[in-house]
Write a protein that binds this ligand. Structure first.
Ligand code: PLP
Length: 400
């Protein structure tokens, strides 16, 4: 089979859609004015920004486009939301999150913990699902903020955010609720106006807009203070001259994502399911985690038992396949994924877990190619494993 590049790492970042790029290009050349300028050349640009704000509001289900603030990325949205919420609820010292959040929330919470906040980290079950009972029990009169992600970046598991929002407000209406929706935007329908979500963050580069642009939904009536101080841009919440082309890009990407929410996601899910089925059929030591939990349609987390994720990734990359491992190797450590650890996944699977994430640009041919090249790679790496006896037993157990 001829070697090809198969990009199955769309939860890390996505390709900018050509239609998005086309919309952005004039803002680097002909329409380079500053939207805050008094003259028409710049002033006109603010009208384009208004359209993009409406497009993002529409994807989120926000009633008022002014509830959308453009930021630099998902991480920034989370930081503005969390630190701002605690300024609003200044006298409360208890905050809640889950054990499986992205580092942009997890590390912000750890930072707050060091500064005297009392943190509850909610557990997930073996399928990676959140238990709402635990959330209900954790909220008290001192709870300033609850932060829960909508979809997990490693497993794709979707949390019941609408239900969680209602629980938060029923238990304490003063508690603010932030949702990290970076992996949910464009993958599941969202309607922030129909449930008591106060704050919600997204990131353009996860749904075919460029890197360097994100957005934060702030429900009408919540007066969030800014993290950095400056001018009046973005209502003073995110001052600094706007990333105009990026904003136009995330607007167009939001519009396209909304159009793709129905049929295209079914096609992606079919490909993802075929991929999982194919791997499980051909590789005896493969196991899909969170398979029976509600998941976004593009993500699968497959553990290849008794072997090393990093070694697999190197071999996959040689064969043209881009994926990522659960280990925090990007941060320079080989610590296994905190998400899989929270799910109680055994040590022998933790290190061999690989996340494959598809997009609307993934083709049937990509999946066929991946199913052709991955099994022999695993077969080869199995040969290097120190767990030969266990692998033999597993092979027998699974009737291969
Ligand atoms: N939240 C989740 C769930 C993510 O997956 C990511 C990125 O991987 C982020 C937040 C951070 O987004 P950004 O890269 O735009 O800062």
């Amino acid at each position: 089979m001829e070697k090809r590049l198969v990009y199955l790492d769309n939860n890390a970042t996505t390709k900018v859609d050509e239609k998005v790029l086309e919309k952005m290009l004039p803002f680097f050349s002909e329409k380079y004015g500053n939207p805050s300028s008094m003259h028409d050349f710049g002033g006109k640009v603010s009208k384009d920004l208004a359209v993009a704000r409406e497009q993002v509001a529409d994807l989120l289900g926000a009633k008022n486009p002014y509830e959308v603030t453009f930021t630099g990325c998902g991480t920034e949205s989370a930081n503005i939301a969390i630190k701002g919420a605690l300024e609003i609820n200044k006298n409360k010292k208890h905050i809640i999150t889950t054990k499986v959040e992205h580092p942009c929330v997890q590390n912000t919470y750890k930072w707050l913990e060091k500064r005297g906040y009392n943190v509850t980290y909610l557990d997930v079950n073996a399928r990676g699902e959140l238990m709402l009972e635990e959330l209900k029990e954790a909220i008290n009169v001192d709870t300033a903020l609850v932060s829960i992600m909508w979809a997990n970046n490693e497993t794709g598991v979707i949390f019941p955010i609408e239900k969680a929002a209602k629980i938060v407000k029923e238990k304490n209406e003063k508690t603010l609720f932030f949702v990290d929706a970076v992996q949910a935007a464009g993958k599941i329908p969202m309607d922030v106006s129909s449930c008591p979500i106060d704050l919600l963050g997204i990131s353009g580069h996860k749904f075919h807009a460029p890197k360097g642009i994100g957005a934060l939904y702030v429900k009408k009536g919540i007066l969030l203070p800014p993290l950095i101080l400056g001018g009046h841009q973005e209502k003073g919440l995110r001052p600094g001259t706007e990333n105009v082309a990026g904003i136009i890009g995330i607007g167009e990407a939001a519009k396209l994502a909304k159009d793709f929410l129905s049929d295209e996601l079914i096609r992606v899910k079919t490909l993802r399911d075929e991929f999982e089925k194919g791997i499980l059929k051909k590789v005896f030591n493969a196991k899909v985690y969170s398979a029976n939990a509600p998941r976004v349609s593009n993500t699968t987390n497959i553990s290849f038992e008794y072997i090393e994720g990093e070694l697999m990734l190197l071999h996959f990359a040689d064969a043209g396949i881009c994926a990522s491992s659960g280990s925090a190797c990007t941060s320079g450590s080989l610590e296994p994924s905190h998400v899989l650890k929270a799910m109680g996944i055994p040590f022998t699977s933790l290190h061999g877990s690989i996340r494959f994430s598809l997009s609307r640009f993934t083709t049937k041919e990509d999946i066929e190619y991946a199913l052709e090249v991955i099994p022999p790679i695993i077969e080869k790496i199995n040969g290097y494993s120190p767990y030969q006896k266990e692998l033999r037993e597993l092979k027998e157990l699974r009737n291969f």
